[in-house]
Write a protein that binds this ligand. Sequence first.
Ligand code: NAD
Ligand code: LMR
Length: 307
Amino acid sequence: MKITVVGAGNVGATLAQRLIEKNFADVALVDVVEGIPQGKALDMRQSANTLGFTHKITGSNSYDITAGSDIVVVTAGIARKPGMTRDELVGINAKILREVIEKSLAVSPHAIFVIVTNPVDTMTYLTLKVSKLPRNRVFGLSGVLDGGRLAAFIAEELNVNASDVTPCVMGEHGGSMVIYPRFTIVNGKPLSELVDEPKQKALAERTVNGGAEIVAIMKTSSAFYAPSASVAHMVNAVATDSGAMMNCAAYLESEYGLSDVVIGVPVKLGRGGIKNIVELPLNAEELAALKASAEAVRKTIAALPAQ
Ligand SMILES: NC(=O)c1ccc[n+]([C@@H]2O[C@H](COP(=O)([O-])OP(=O)(O)OC[C@H]3O[C@@H](n4cnc5c(N)ncnc54)[C@H](O)[C@@H]3O)[C@@H](O)[C@H]2O)c1
Ligand SMILES: O=C(O)C[C@H](O)C(=O)O
C-alpha cells in the first residue's frame, strides 16, 4: 500500500511519522517548500533502524513520488491564527486545494482522498467537484477529532478514561458543529443520563471551541497531535477494510434530508473509502440542529472562489 501526505507542515509531517512507524504502507510526503519534505523524510528514514520499520518514506516537491498512491491525505494550506475563524481561510486554501487535487489525481487516479485542510467541509466539497470522483472516495477529518476532544473533556469531568467514551459530534467542523449527548456513550450509558443540561452545554461549548482554544494557547500554530492521530485512525480503517464507524465530513445525497452539501456524519470506512453513511434516529430538535449546521456550510461553499 502507498499513502501520500500533501503538506509537510505540522499535521502532515506528524501524520507521516505516525503512518511510517506503523509500518503498513510506503509514505510519500510532498510540500511546496524546497527541502522541507525531503529533509523531514530523510530524518524519519534515519529512525528506521531504531524503530524497526521496513516501509519506505520519501519526500519531494514533485508529485512524481506520489504516483500510484492508494490514499492521498491533503494537509496543504494555511492554518488560522488567533482570532480567526476557519472560514476565513476559504479563498486562499481553495486555490491550494485545486492545485493539489489536480496534480495528485493525475498520477494516482485510483486514490481515496482524505481532506484535512480547512474549512474542511467546504474543502471536501470542492475536492469532489474538482475531481469528479464518486463520493465514497472523498471525505474529510472532522468528527473523529471533535469527538476525541469531547471524550477528553468528559474524561476530566467524570473521572473516567477517554477510551471509555464513544463520542458523537456531527455537522460542520466549525462554529455550528453539533454535540449529541443522547448518542455519546460513556461506559454503556448516554451522556444525557450522566450529567445535567448545563454541564452538557458546557462540554459542548468547550468542544465547539476546542480548535480555537489550542490556537489561542499556542499562538503560532493550530492543533496537530490529535488531528494527525485522528487521520491515522481513519486511514487505518481504510487500509484494513475494517468497516469501523466514525464521524467524517461526507457528501450527502438525501441522508438526514440533506443533499449537495458536506457535513460530519457517521460513516463506515473500508477499502473503497466510505462503505455507507449511517443515519442515526435523531429527534426533531437534533435533526434541526444538523440542518442548521448544513446551512452554515452552504454559506461557506457559496464563498468559494470560481477558480
Ligand atoms: N480538519 C481538521 O480537523 C483540521 C485539523 C488540523 C488542521 N487542519 C488544517 O490543516 C491545514 C494544515 O495545518 P498545519 O497545522 O499542518 O499547517 P502548517 O502551516 O504547519 O502546514 C501546512 C503546509 O502546507 C504547505 N503548503 C502550502 N501550500 C501548498 C501547496 N500548494 N502544495 C503543497 N503544500 C503546500 C506549507 O508549505 C506547509 O508546510 C490547515 O488548513 C489547518 O487549518 C484541519
Ligand atoms: O482549529 C483549527 O483551525 C485547526 C483544526 O480545525 C482544529 O480543530 O484543531
